[in-house]
Design a protein around this ligand. Structure first.
Ligand SMILES: [Zn+2]
Length: 420
């Protein structure tokens, strides 16, 4: 309604102006180069308006012609950007699908269309890595590392490459450079630096950088074993025991470092504490180490197991110690108690056979049937929980699969035991 009123008012105004112009009196005359033009005032006014409109139209036309190349350039660059974005998207899809050839092709196309942006460099580097062209990827990561905003991405790529080829010095350099940028991603950097510390055996740094789920007791044991200063080694081992009190390698390392530092009484106490929580042959071996006299060994064994005499492992230790000391009846009593506690392993039956050989008797296993012997579980040992490889001794990192903190006491699958 308002619009209608406004249009009616405008029409009335135009009519009024036209009427006013049409009724203007007088003449307008001009003489140019001897030619005189005369017209009535209304005609002269209309001619003037037409002239202004024509000049305005010509100026617009000239401006449009002059701006045409710019418009074409804008249109072309817009088309390149759209095509480049599409190539980038296709690179990501090919990377996710593991299609190295397609990823490289699309990444190169994106670089041609969009230039060397952090995004195109990153995609091209990842595509090169996927295709196994590590040198090409390295050169691209180096270019990316020079970028003021995205340098962290380049350093991250270089760091990962160095880790993959186990070039620890280069990895440490890249990690330091990335840390100095102080960019978001420091959590990632912390985890990667912890991984580097583990790979290079820098256990104290591994403890400092690792997250709460890391096997810090294992790292602590490794740090104590690698520490040349005995007091510092004892402290590191004590911390590992505190971290995981039932962890045998921690108790063994703590006790052995105490012994090395001349603190034998505390060493034996540490072994007893370890036995109380988790009886283990390694604790017994260390407790009796350096004591050749069988009677003395029997005493030490009895002291060690005092807190936990009914455990099958305590029975095994006492049976062996009694046998070594020539107390065959006691040895048999302890061995059979171990058997009754559920131990059914070759080491026990070897011990029983040795006891039998000493007094000329024969002790068959429970329910023994010569025609169909009971299945016997294998002797326990150190086994990687991750790759199931049996190891002769505990280690902080599995030598086979490089997984840290996963070697534990148990049974490996028979195939792995035979292979190992
Ligand atoms: Zn392993």
């Amino acid at each position: 309604m308002r619009r209608l009123v406004a249009r009616l008012v405008a029409a009335a105004l135009v009519l009024a102006i036209a009427w006013w112009v049409a009724h203007l009196t007088g003449h307008v005359g001009a003489t140019v180069a001897g030619v005189t033009i005369e017209a009535s005032t209304p005609v002269a006014l209309v001619a003037l308006v037409l002239l202004v409109l024509i000049v305005y139209g010509i100026l617009r036309l000239i401006a449009a012609i002059l701006s045409t190349p710019g418009r074409i350039g804008f249109w072309r660059s817009r088309r390149r950007r759209v095509s480049g974005d599409l190539a980038s998207t296709r690179t990501l899809v090919a990377l996710a699908a593991g299609d190295a050839n397609a990823a490289r092709k699309q990444a190169n196309r994106a670089r041609r269309l969009l230039g060397d942006t952090p995004q195109t460099l990153m995609h091209a580097a990842e595509a090169a890595r996927l295709a196994g062209h590590e040198n090409e990827a390295e050169a691209l990561f180096e270019r990316l590392a020079e970028h003021s905003e995205a340098g962290f991405l380049g350093l991250r790529g270089l760091f990962r490459q160095a880790m993959a080829r186990e070039d620890w010095a280069a990895a440490a350099d890249h990690a330091r450079s990335a840390a100095s940028l102080r960019l978001p991603g420091s959590n990632w950097l912390k985890a990667e630096r912890a991984e580097l510390a583990i790979r290079t055996g820098n256990w104290r740094q591994a403890i400092a950088l690792s997250g709460p789920d890391a096997p810090k007791a294992s790292f602590g044991v490794a740090a104590a074993l690698a520490e040349p200063d005995i007091d510092r080694a004892i402290k590191l081992a004590a911390r590992a025991v505190k971290e995981n009190p039932g962890f045998t390698p921690a108790a063994v390392t703590y006790a052995s470092k105490l012994r090395e530092g001349g603190r034998e009484v505390r060493a034996q106490a540490a072994l007893r504490d370890g036995w109380k929580l988790n009886p283990h042959p390694d604790l017994a071996a260390l407790a009796l180490e350096g004591t050749p006299d069988p009677a003395q060994r029997l005493k030490l064994a009895a002291r060690l197991i005092r807190s936990n005499p009914g455990d099958a492992e305590s029975r095994m230790l006492m049976a062996q110690s009694y046998l070594d000391a020539g107390q065959v009846a006691e040895a048999r009593r302890e061995a059979l108690a171990a058997r009754d506690a559920g131990l059914n392993q070759p080491r026990l039956w070897k011990l029983i056979a040795a006891i039998d050989a000493r007094d000329g008797t024969t002790t068959p296993p429970p329910g023994y049937d010569a025609a169909e012997p009971l299945p016997m579980s294998a002797d326990p040992g150190w086994v990687c929980e991750f790759c199931q490889t049996a190891e002769t001794q505990w280690q902080p990192v599995c030598p086979t699969c490089k997984t840290p903190g996963r070697i534990s006491w148990g049974n490996a699958p028979r195939s792995k035991l035979l292979a190992g």
